[in-house]
Design a protein. Sequence first.
Length: 312
Amino acid sequence: MATLYNFRMLPSVRNFRGQSSGFPVDAVSVQVSSVEEFYSIVHATALPHLKREVIFLPSPSQDTSRQPVWSQTASPSAADVERFVLLYPPSKKTVELSTVTTHSLQRWMGRDVLLYIHCYSNNVASKRDWTLVNKTLIEPAEQDRAGAASMASLLALKSRLREIHGAAYRSQDINWQLWANQIQSAPAHRHDAMVSEPPPSNLIHLFAHAPTQPEVVLRNARQGLCVAGGLNRNFASTVEDMVASIRTLKRKHEELQTHLLFLDGQITAAQRMLASNTTLLGGFENALGIEESQFGTALLQDMEEQEDVDHN
């Protein structure tokens, strides 16, 4: 079909509606013959720049009347593009994508039409909204990427990955943590989608697919039971060695008690003999005491006292 409408479209990516400046994207030369073709060009231009739709809900907090949350749809599709873009033709009047008609295309012929791509959707309608979104949804993820997140959040994400993918994949604990850390390091709008996806390509080699066929599961169970039986037999052998050691110690203890009783009897007998010998020696000592004889007494009486002339 021949081209009926041609003009230039100037896209730019913005965080919120009304943002004074955005990130410019290469100009697009539009040459279409229908509104549907124009929609396709807008979809192809905008989709690579869309992150995730933000929805505002009534807030329970008194600080703000609205609370931003992520949409349930993690990755926008072509059907969602109209909620993320606005057109600004030469008339400066804002045009929603769904309201574009052939009459609109006719009026834009040979002109420049601005395409504002709001990466978090048109719902972020002001700088105040963007500040709230950034504080609530974006900054916490940026802190995680900078390493300021608590280990508790990382462990919680690891547990969530195990719950979702544990039936399909097997791996060591550290590899699940690597997966969780890579998700936390990604942009905030990608987190939920990455949690539901298989392991990243740079980590997939660390994960093995869990068996699902009954015969494979049964074979693995038998192998596990065999290994467990071997471990249990080794433990039983260890217990038997411990019992034998205890019996040996008990026997040696009984022998030691016997020797101690014998030694105690010998000590008691020696003490009794020592006491008896001491008594006997005392009797002998008393019997052999020195006594003065009659001859000595007579000599003492006959001795006269004389003056010491040598020393006086």
